[in-house]
Ligand binder design. Structure first.
Ligand SMILES: [Zn+2]
Length: 311
C-alpha cells in the first residue's frame, strides 16, 4: 500500500459522513484550505476558525510521527494475532524502536477498551458467568533449598499480585476489571451485571453475597466443571486466552497496564468470529473515534509526574 492509499483509507474512516472530505475537529466546519506540510504530510487550515489539523488531530493517534501506512500495518499485524503480539516482534515488523511499538500497541488496547466503556452485561432471561484469576507478583525461589520460603504464605509474597475478574454473558460480550483480590470485585459485578441476569459462579464462598441480587447457579469445580446446569466455562476460556498471551507473548502480565492486557483479551474473545479484515476495520474505526491517549499523551507535562521526576 502506498502512502496516498493509506491517507485515503484513514480519511474514509475518520470522516465517514463526508466520504473522507476533511471536517474541522474544533468547530465542525467543512470549509478548509489544503496546506500540506513541507514534507508532503496532509494538513488543512479551517476557513472558519483558522485551526490547523491533520487526519489524526484529536484522535488516539494524534501527534503521530510515523507515516500513516505504518499505523495501518501495525493494526493489521496486531489483529492477525490470536492471543496477543510481542512488542519486540512488532518493533521488528515495523522497523521501529521497542518503545515505539510498546506505546503503539497500548494505544490499540486503549482503542479496544473504548468499546467496553459503560458496558452492562446480561439482562432479563440472559445468562452470565463470572470468575477471577491472579496475575503478576511472581516470587522467584531461592537457589539453595535451605534458603527457600513457602511462597503460598502472604508474608513471603511481594504484594504485587493482582486479580483479574471477568463477567461474561453467554453468547454475548465480556467485561474485565482488576482488583487486589476477588472479594473486592463484588460491587463491580453488581454495577455491571444487569439485575434480572442468571449468574454462574464457582464454589468459592466469597461470591455468596451475590445471591441477594441475582439468581445464582454455582458449580463446584472439585466435583465437575459443568453439571448441565451451572458452569463458568466461558469465563474460563477468556482466562485461557489471557494466560496464553502471558505465557506465549508477554511472559509478564502485571503492574499498571494489567487492565489493558485484560481488555485486549476481552476484545479478541468477543470479536473472535469476525473476519480478519473486519477486525482491522473495527480497531481503526475505534482509534479514529477515541480521544488522544490517556496513558501515553502528555504524560510528561502532567502535575503528578512519575517518581523519578519528583525526586
Ligand atoms: Zn474550525
Amino acid at each position: 500500500m502506498t502512502e496516498v492509499q493509506a491517507e485515503a483509507a484513514f480519511r474514509k474512516v475518520r470522516w465517514p459522513d463526508t466520504q473522507g472530505e476533511p471536517v474541522c475537529p474544533s468547530c465542525g466546519s467543512p470549509a478548509c484550505y489544503d496546506c500540506r506540510r513541507p514534507n508532503g504530510a496532509p494538513r488543512w487550515r479551517c476557513k472558519a476558525c483558522r485551526a490547523d489539523y491533520s487526519i489524526t488531530s484529536g484522535t488516539l493517534f494524534a501527534h503521530h510521527k510515523m507515516p500513516l501506512r505504518s499505523y495501518l500495518a501495525a493494526i493489521a499485524i496486531f489483529c492477525n494475532e490470536v492471543k496477543g503480539k510481542s512488542m519486540l516482534a512488532l518493533s521488528r515488523d515495523l522497523g521501529t524502536q521497542y518503545k515505539t511499538a510498546f506505546v503503539l500497541a497500548h494505544k490499540m488496547r486503549e482503542a479496544m477498551a473504548t468499546e467496553m466503556k459503560g458496558r452492562i452485561v446480561g439482562g432479563p432471561g440472559k445468562v452470565a458467568e463470572t470468575d477471577g484469576a491472579y496475575f503478576g507478583g511472581y516470587v522467584k525461589p531461592a537457589n539453595y533449598r535451605e534458603n527457600r520460603r513457602d511462597r503460598r504464605l502472604g508474608r513471603n509474597q511481594n504484594g504485587k499480585r493482582q486479580c483479574v475478574v471477568v463477567v461474561r454473558e453467554r453468547n454475548g460480550h465480556s467485561l474485565p476489571a482488576v482488583f487486589r483480590n476477588e472479594a473486592q470485585a463484588l460491587s463491580f459485578i453488581r454495577q455491571r451485571v444487569s439485575k434480572e441476569t442468571t449468574l454462574n459462579a464457582d464454589e468459592a464462598g466469597l461470591w455468596n453475597p451475590l445471591h441477594g441480587k441475582y439468581e445464582m447457579r454455582r458449580i463446584n469445580h472439585e466435583e465437575a466443571y459443568s453439571d448441565g446446569f451451572a458452569c463458568t466455562n466461558q469465563a474460563e476460556s477468556f482466562f485461557s486466552r489471557m494466560r496464553r498471551a502471558e505465557i506465549g507473548h508477554h511472559h509478564h502480565l502485571a503492574g499498571p497496564y494489567l487492565l489493558r492486557y485484560a481488555q485486549e483479551a476481552s476484545w479478541r474473545e468477543d470479536n473472535r468470529r469476525l473476519a480478519n479484515g473486519e477486525q482491522i476495520n473495527a480497531v481503526t474505526t475505534l482509534a479514529m473515534r477515541s480521544k488522544p491517549s490517556v496513558d501515553f499523551c502528555g504524560y510528561w507535562q502532567r502535575a503528578q509526574a512519575p517518581k523519578e521526576a519528583a525526586e
